[in-house]
Ligand binder design. Structure first.
Ligand SMILES: [Zn+2]
Length: 138
């Protein structure tokens, strides 16, 4: 959290993403003067891990400078769900309290790549032989 770059909000967040193999990738929020370009700690950690080739994740821990529990924002929930829909999310506060949630409980009925399949893409896949028994090979 101490590495967060948050000169505008002074709201600093740190995240630690753990892979299934036990490797930890940390992230900290990075603010832009054009506020909407700011990136949260959770997405920084996920993108660091993805860019290093990681694809299988176990859990993410999140802590904020406010001292209170800091659940991930909606954008982070979506990105985390895209790459780790079964992720465990651990929220910690400054007093040693923590809560553990499943990402699927934090983002029920989530949107995913499955929703991007169209009738045409399914027909194209069948025509190209990429589909057997109703499933795409990728
Ligand atoms: Zn976020």
């Amino acid at each position: 959290m101490h590495r967060a770059i948050a000169p505008y909000s002074n709201f600093k967040v740190g995240a630690a993403l753990r892979t299934k193999a036990g490797k930890i990738y940390t992230g900290h929020n990075i603010e832009s003067s054009s506020y909407s370009l700011t990136v949260c700690a959770e997405r920084v950690a996920m993108f660091k891990a993805l860019s290093e080739g990681e694809r299988v994740f176990d859990s993410i821990a999140i802590v904020a400078s406010s001292g209170d529990l800091c659940p991930p924002c909606g954008a982070c929930r979506q990105v985390l769900s895209d790459f780790a829909e079964n992720l465990t999310v651990v929220l910690s506060d400054a007093h040693g309290h923590h809560e553990t949630h499943s990402l699927s409980n934090l983002l029920p009925l989530s949107f995913s790549g499955k929703n991007l399949k169209t009738e045409n893409s399914n027909a194209d896949a069948k025509r190209e032989g990429r589909v057997k028994a109703g499933k795409a090979k990728g």
